[in-house]
Design a protein around this ligand. Structure first.
Ligand SMILES: [Zn+2]
Length: 288
C-alpha cells in the first residue's frame, strides 16, 4: 500500500514539474485516497520547530482547512528568532505560521489550524482573504533579488512544504508566492527573483521517491549592513513603502529614523531613493 501510495504521489508531482513549464495543468493531488494520505504522512514527519506563539492570529472561518501555501521573504537580515519576536509584538499586527532561518532552523508562530496574518488584501484562484485558507511561510532573506537563499534554508523549506502538502492534501499548484496573490497587483515583491519555487517542488518530488539528497555545504555566515537603499518605482507614502518593501505596514515609523528629511505625511515620487532597515534596531528604538 505504501509503495502504491507513493507511486500515486510521485506521478502527481511529476505532473507538477511539467505544469511549471506549462506542459500540463492537471496537477491536483487532492484526488489521493485516504490510505495514500496516511502512507505519505509516514514519510513526512513534521520538521522540528521552535515554538514562539504570536498573539497576531485568529480563528479560520468555520469548517475551513488550509489548502494553500504562501511563500514570503522577510525583507530583513534578521534571523528567524528575531522575526518570531517581531510577530510576538501585538503592535506589529502581522505574523506567519512558520519562519525558516538561513541556517535551516524553523520558528512556528501560529498553529496550522489558526489564521495567521501574513497575506493582507489578497486573492487566489478567485477567492479573497487568502489568510482564511492558507499557511504562510516566511523565508529569511533581505529581498533585494541578489541575496542568496542558502542550501540549508532550501532544505528546511522542502521538508516543511512536503510535510504540509501531505498533511493537508495541498496540491502543488497551490504553492504560491505573496507577490502572486497580493491586491492590488504589484503591492508585494516577495519572494524575490533569487528564490526558486521550482527547486522546492523538485525537492518535494525527490523526497517522495526517496532520491532526495540535501546539498548542505558549510557556508560562511553572511553579514549585512543596518540598512539598504532602494529607488522607488512608483509614487508611495510611508505606510505603502513599509507594506511593499518591509512586508509590514506597521514598520513605517522606522523610515523616519533612517531618513530624517521625511515626515509622517511624506509622499515620495517614483525614482526617489530611500533607506530601508535590514534589522530590528530601529523598531526596537521606537518600541522602548
Ligand atoms: Zn509577504
Amino acid at each position: 500500500m505504501l509503495k502504491k501510495a507513493s507511486g500515486i504521489l510521485l506521478s502527481v508531482l511529476l505532473m507538477v514539474s511539467c505544469s511549471q513549464t506549462g506542459q500540463n495543468q492537471n496537477n491536483d493531488i487532492s484526488q489521493l485516497n485516504q490510505d495514500s494520505t496516511i502512507s505519505s504522512k509516514s514519510k513526512f514527519s513534521k520538521p522540528n520547530v521552535i515554538l514562539m506563539e504570536s498573539p497576531n492570529q485568529n480563528d479560520r472561518p468555520s469548517g475551513v482547512r488550509p489548502d494553500t501555501i504562501i511563500l514570503h521573504h522577510t525583507a530583513s537580515a534578521a534571523e528567524a528568532k528575531n522575526i518570531g519576536k517581531f510577530f510576538q509584538n501585538p503592535e506589529s499586527k502581522v505574523s506567519a505560521h512558520y519562519t525558516v532561518d538561513r541556517t535551516g532552523y524553523v520558528v512556528q508562530s501560529v498553529d496550522d489550524s489558526k489564521r495567521s496574518w501574513h497575506a493582507g488584501k489578497s486573492q487566489f484562484q478567485g477567492r479573497e482573504n487568502v489568510n482564511d485558507f492558507s499557511i504562510g511561510i516566511e523565508i529569511c532573506n533581505i529581498g533585494d533579488n541578489k541575496d542568496p537563499y542558502p542550501d540549508a534554508e532550501y532544505d528546511s523549506i522542502i521538508k516543511l512544504v512536503g510535510y504540509l502538502m501531505t498533511q493537508y492534501n495541498i496540491p502543488a499548484k497551490n504553492i504560491t508566492r505573496h507577490k502572486d496573490i497580493a491586491l492590488p497587483a504589484g503591492r508585494k515583491d516577495d519572494t524575490s527573483e533569487s528564490f526558486s519555487v521550482q527547486r522546492v517542488l523538485n525537492g518535494v518530488h525527490e523526497l517522495l521517491n526517496g532520491t532526495y539528497k540535501p546539498t548542505i555545504k558549510t557556508e560562511k555566515a553572511l553579514s549585512y549592513p543596518d540598512f539598504r537603499e532602494v529607488k522607488l518605482d512608483e509614487k508611495l507614502n510611508l505606510k505603502e513603502i513599509a507594506d511593499s518593501y518591509l512586508d509590514a505596514e506597521t514598520r513605517w515609523e522606522e523610515l523616519l529614523l533612517l531618513n530624517p528629511s521625511l515626515n509622517e505625511k511624506s509622499v515620495l515620487q517614483s525614482g526617489t531613493k530611500i533607506k530601508l532597515p535590514l534589522n530590528f534596531k530601529y523598531w526596537e528604538q521606537l518600541k522602548k
